[in-house]
Write a protein that binds this ligand. Structure first.
Ligand SMILES: C[S@@+](CC[C@H](N)C(=O)[O-])C[C@H]1O[C@@H](n2cnc3c(N)ncnc32)[C@H](O)[C@@H]1O
Length: 266
């Protein structure tokens, strides 16, 4: 058993589940979530806004861009509007490969993220830092000679090293066919007050947080060679919000960049 199953240690997927109002979390996750929410009070709003962005963006990629296969790295614990549900609502034959490095997430995913009969869902327990291995396994289900929706939502910011983050995203994108779409979100402190920013830095320094925020300029580096879809790189709450959606958080509340971009030539 790995320490990932240690319920006495807070874990990002379970903490995020707590912020989203889910039940798959333990005392240590709730404690960590509450502690972080003290330095960034809008944490819950940000989690919900990020999750809503994921749904809207996957719907766009399936419905507007016509993509029928998805590689979702950093799956998260199953909740409402999981990637395959959104995609298969548009196209029941859509195929989705879910990847996460947390065995607990993958156990829940295998049980709950089940496909339509026409489509397929597959699960890979692996780390984002191994993009070549992930691509090799994903190719058993996805036809990589055809466009893919690559979902990197609220996951790359767990990589502390920016060069490594760039390498990982670049390797994944390089392997995908032109016409593929990247859906990405990423925590930033660009919109925060100096006080909130200092709180975040302090959380990282003391090990209370494992989310490494990056600036707009750093985020743009991930998008080299891609055609950014309107409205561009924006706080997640501003990415094509549903007109009748009940929440429209400000950039300070949902301090996460979101983007959908199309691979042309890389
Ligand atoms: C904040 S959740 C995001 C879930 C989902 N993408 C969403 O936005 O709703 C982050 C997920 O990424 C996973 N994760 C974190 N670091 C990872 C890594 N290096 N490789 C693969 N998965 C990772 C966590 O286990 C967790 O399930």
């Amino acid at each position: 058993m790995t320490d990932r199953f240690d319920t006495g240690v807070a874990h990002p997927a379970r903490r995020y589940n707590y912020w989203l109002g889910g039940k798959d979390n333990f005392a240590a996750d709730r404690e960590s979530g509450d502690l972080l929410a003290k330095s960034y009070p809008a944490a819950r709003i940000a989690a919900r806004a990020n999750r809503a962005f994921l749904g809207r963006a996957v719907r766009y990629v399936a419905a507007d861009a016509g993509i029928r296969q998805f590689l979702d790295v950093g799956t998260g614990l199953p909740t409402a509007n999981n990637t395959h549900q959104v995609a298969q609502l548009v196209a029941p034959d859509a195929r989705i490969v879910y990847v996460d490095n947390d065995p607990m997430v993958m156990a829940h995913a295998r049980a709950l993220l089940t496909s339509t009969p026409e489509g397929e869902t597959r699960y890979i327990e692996d780390d984002l830092r191994n993009p070549d291995k992930i691509l090799g396994e994903a190719a058993e289900v996805l036809d990589l000679s055809r466009p893919v929706g690559l979902i990197l939502v609220a996951v790359v910011h767990f990589l502390a090293d920016h060069a490594e983050a760039n390498r990982v995203v670049g390797t994944l994108l390089d392997a995908l066919a032109p016409g593929s779409h990247l859906v990405m979100s990423y925590a930033t402190t660009d919109f925060l007050t100096p006080e909130l920013k200092a709180n975040w830095d302090e959380s990282l320094r003391t090990g209370r947080s494992d989310v490494h925020p990056r600036s707009r300029a750093e985020f743009d580096e991930f998008l080299t060679g891609l055609e950014v879809i309107e409205p561009g790189v924006v706080p997640v709450g501003d990415w094509r919000p549903d007109p009748d959606g009940d929440e429209h958080p400000s950039p300070v509340e949902a301090s996460i960049f979101g983007v959908v971009a199309r691979k042309v030539i890389r």
